[in-house]
Design a protein around this ligand. Sequence first.
Ligand SMILES: Cc1cc2nc3c(=O)[nH]c(=O)nc-3n(C[C@H](O)[C@H](O)[C@H](O)COP(=O)(O)O)c2cc1C
Length: 194
Amino acid sequence: MKMAVLAIIAGILGLFSGFQPLVHAADSSTGGKKVLILYYSWSGNTRELAKQIQVQIGGDLIELETVKPYPTDYNQTVDQAKKELEAKYLPPLKTRVDNLASYDLIFLGSPNWWYTLSGPVRTFLSQNNLAGKTVAPFMTHGGGGFANSINDLKAFCPNATILEGLALSGGRAKNAQNDVKRWLNTLGIASGNL
Ligand SMILES: Cc1cc2nc3c(=O)[nH]c(=O)nc-3n(C[C@H](O)[C@H](O)[C@H](O)COP(=O)(O)O)c2cc1C
């Protein structure tokens, strides 16, 4: 009897050992194109979106971190970000993306900060040359959408191909699977066709 149970378990394990998930969450080279999902997130909304993109198409997920973290207080962060933007200050990054050259498609995510890209994302764009890359921008916001972000992104990397972006209200980020799916479909991007 015991042997029979063991045999059944072994059979089930055998079945599942050949099981391949439809989405390769950690596979950064799906079908040949190497995908990077790079983002900054202060309060987690943009991170949620970034993770959902990874679940749907795979790719490497990298969160940008600043050397000096922003305050944990919202109003202080809002004030600091405004001053930094006005002074054209670029907050130094702790995160380095050393193998950027190996990526073809970069999903670039940011919260909307003062009608544009957050400081950490602006730092990244000012320090890295994205010429020849395809960039798919995504953003979470408090009602303002992309505002100036896409124009500013184009100014940072004039020789990149900028795809249509996804801007979602921060409150929707946790349950954005369908929005992400529709967006990826619009772009003609799916895990199987990269
Ligand atoms: C410094 C700062 C500036 C912001 N400026 C704007 C803005 O100009 N327009 C807007 O719609 N939302 C603005 N927001 C709201 C954020 O874009 C929104 O909460 C976003 O979802 C936060 O993303 P995160 O959780 O990834 O940090 C701002 C938030 C912060 C902290």
